[in-house]
Design a binder for this molecule. Sequence first.
Ligand SMILES: Nc1ncnc2c1ncn2[C@@H]1O[C@H](COP(=O)(O)OP(=O)(O)O)[C@@H](O)[C@H]1O
Ligand SMILES: [Mg+2]
Length: 375
Amino acid sequence: MARRKKRSERVLLLWNHVGEDEYEAIAERGPTELPWSPGRNATEVSTVQDEIDDISNALAVAGFRTRTVNVAEDIDTVIDAIRRFKPHVVFNLMEFFNDKAVQEAYIAGLYELLGVPYTGGGPLCLLTCQRKFRTKILLESQGVPTPAYVRVDALPVPRDHGLRYPLIVKPAREDASGGIHTASVVNDHDALVEQVRIVLEEHEQPALVERYVSGREIHVAILGNSPPQVLPMLEFEFEDNDDGGPQILSYEAKWDPMSPDFYALDVQVPPRRLPRRLGNRIEKIALAAYAITGCRDYARVDLRIDDDGNPFVLEVNPNPDLAHGTGFMLCAEKSGRTFQSTIVELVDMALSRGPSRLRSVPRTVTRNAKPRAPR
Ligand SMILES: Nc1ncnc2c1ncn2[C@@H]1O[C@H](COP(=O)(O)OP(=O)(O)O)[C@@H](O)[C@H]1O
Ligand SMILES: [Mg+2]
């Protein structure tokens, strides 16, 4: 087998973290018994730092010259790191800035202004997908099915909203299941009002009230640009819960290793017994959603299938988590890639957008600059 060429480009990994990582605290505590299951310890969870290290190591092993910088909410750090290290490409692992998820898009805008290639979606894509209503309106306009919904900006919630229960109430501008709990699925008006109130008051954003699609949950990882490739799909299988509660990827199910919901999920790649026609339809819909929202390099499209076999897009995630064992990586690995080859592919996609046209960032405003003619 021909030996792969060693790489030598400079890759700057930028991420943003301040304060204590809850998962680090859990790791430091050591094995912790689950109060609801005596004798059983909570699963070990990896920290954000682990994810960053894994990506950085994968690139270093391939020969890239890497530097990892935690931006720690300081915009000067982003600019300095780019100016000093002069990366051929930024591996963009910024998920928020100023504690706001929406500002990840502005950071991508900064890379654009500095002329440095970076992995993943551009500012418009990141902004669009961060706004659930905008995404839904765009998708609907192109015939991509999403669950029926209403938007609520203030109480009271009208009774004639026209949607049939059960419904799910979500904050319009969160991601990673922020604000989504089993109580978010409601069966009557009183519960609906209460959940809308929580979103409006505690999350300080509009409430997205959606038809609850009770069937299978399928996530579609997509990689590439010309053309984008659908990777083997992933299904979340939910254990039957005793209380007959909703089967959703709530915040607890996704993130809380002390919660029973965290353990009531199984992941299947590819999904079991997915009819070919349905699989093809999901693939088409996911690719359309990727294109319409302007995704680039990689993304994950999350869908639910209703009892009549109709798929609905819940959301599009540009730049999904890339840690070992995450949905995206499981799908990439099932496609025959390795963790390392997937990471390198992402860097190559960004590099192929052109060499770094890095402009120097002036430290100060040029003195004696001539005033520009008014335009
Ligand atoms: N309309 C819906 N019907 C059924 N389940 C839903 C619906 N909307 C969200 N969910 C559940 O909540 C989870 C998170 O919702 P999602 O819209 O993907 O928000 P986030 O951006 O926080 O991931 C989904 O993975 C799914 O399990
Ligand atoms: Mg989601």
